[in-house]
Design a protein around this ligand. Structure first.
Ligand SMILES: C[S@@+](CC[C@H](N)C(=O)[O-])C[C@H]1O[C@@H](n2cnc3c(N)ncnc32)[C@H](O)[C@@H]1O
Length: 404
């Protein structure tokens, strides 16, 4: 018998505790060759059926699966058969079992006193559910390169995975109560789409999770290499209405887009974020969701202001100040143009330092004196002309004239 193999009686006990009544949770951590592999299993209820949710964490690669009873029993055999030093903690309503196998293969078992806990089986909705786990996204995540060949989130892509998930949550919240069109596709344009991480995930999320009847998502990017990569995703995923245009945003030909319902942008560089907002307004999109990226415009404008030199000397503070001012001007301009606008932190700063998102929905009266006055006061205080103001030109200027 292999030195790590558990005695038959102990294996039976583990099987009975996991597959029998009152199972609450199993967690096993295995250390081998300097790597750590952790698996946890717990009962969940999906559509009235008892299942087991297994979460595998292979040195940072996380994968979650919902297993039917047979598959869970099979998975449990693999857990039991693991080799190497390990800890196993098994909780049931009646008590806990702790198992430790040392590097030398010594097996230590301890059991808690008998308990009288209630083993609640959580409905699946109460288990942490992400937009990208709310439908079968494995093939999609592999196609865009967020997941590896085994379907695990790549370590270097975790930040992007989190950003996309959190962006999709904002999409869902924004569209709650919105009735998708029945006679044409709900159309979204992603400005500065890059390799289509958000573009493709949004397309399938709208179709498979939000159940929109017909969806068209168009990504625009000026880089030929990323557009080629993005087109490969739509071809691999056989998604005809996931389209890509290689163009500068400024000169993008939108004549074939039809009615645009939503414009999104995730980290479109510098003034490309402003251009995305401007396009959203010009295409009369009802929804505009834009997470800005780096921006340089105000840095240049404020560089010579000696009266602000104390504020601008330290580069990190200068950068943050310029970001805050730029996004404030953007939000105020969108409000003047008739969009109810919120600035939110859409994702944790661990996933990206660029975690601000402008959430705009058309529907308030444009050119109101309150927002116009607020904007002009702030703009004149700082003595700058935001890029977006210049971009909108007469569309904004007419409201300013009315105010003065
Ligand atoms: C930081 S990447 C973000 C890509 C993608 N949205 C994502 O989150 O993975 C910014 C992308 O915007 C594109 N871009 C920047 N300025 C642009 C412009 N004026 N017109 C079109 N694409 C632009 C770049 O080529 C780049 O692919």
């Amino acid at each position: 018998m292999d030195k790590f193999e558990l005695p038959e009686k102990l294996k039976e006990e583990i099987r009975a505790r996991v597959l029998g009544e009152g199972f609450m949770k199993l967690v096993q951590s295995v250390r081998r060759n300097g790597r750590q592999f952790k698996i946890s299993m717990r009962p969940v209820e999906i559509g009235g059926e008892r299942k087991f949710q297994a979460e595998m964490n292979d040195d940072g690669h996380v994968q979650v699966k919902n297993l039917a009873v047979n598959a869970a029993a099979q998975g449990l055999e693999e857990i039991i058969a693991q080799r190497g030093a390990r800890d196993l903690h098994l909780m049931t309503a009646k008590g806990d079992l702790h198992l430790r196998v040392t590097r030398k293969g010594r097996i230590q078992v301890s059991r808690s006193a008998e308990m009288d806990r209630v083993a609640l089986v959580q409905p699946h909705d109460r288990v942490k559910k992400l937009p990208l786990t709310s439908f079968d996204s494995t093939a999609l995540l592999k196609a865009v390169g967020i997941a590896d060949g085994e379907g695990r989130i790549k370590t270097g892509m975790r930040g992007k995975y989190d950003q996309v998930n959190e962006f999709l949550k904002v999409v869902k919240e924004t569209l709650s109560g919105f009735e998708p069109p029945q006679d044409r596709p709900f159309t979204v344009v992603d400005c500065g789409c890059g390799k289509a991480y958000l573009t493709a995930c949004l397309y399938f999320y709208l179709l498979h999770s939000l159940s929109f009847p017909e969806v068209r998502v168009i990504g625009i990017d000026r880089r030929a290499d990323v557009v080629a990569a993005a087109r490969k995703v739509s071809s691999v995923m056989d998604a005809e209405a996931l389209e890509f245009v290689e163009s500068d945003l400024e000169s993008a030909d939108s004549s074939g887009f039809g009615r645009v319902d939503m414009v999104v942008s995730l980290h479109a560089c510098d003034t490309a974020t402003d251009e995305a907002l401007a396009k959203g307004v010009e295409w009369k999109a009802r929804f505009i969701l834009s997470a800005p990226c780096c921006q340089h415009e105000l840095h240049k404008s404020l560089a010579d202001r000696r009266d602000f030199s104390g504020l601008l000397r330290q580069s990190i503070l200068r950068e943050r100040l310029c970001d805050i001012l730029t996004d404030s001007f953007r939000a105020m301009i969108m409000r003047i143009l008739g969009f109810k606008t919120q600035v939110v932190e859409f994702v944790s700063s661990e996933a990206t330092a660029r975690n601000i998102l402008l959430k705009c929905e058309y529907g308030v009266k444009p050119g109101q004196p309150g927002p116009v006055g607020e904007y002009l006061n702030l703009r004149d205080y700082w003595g700058v002309t935001p890029w977006l103001e210049t971009r909108f030109g007469e569309m904004l200027a007419k409201y300013f004239r009315r105010y003065e």
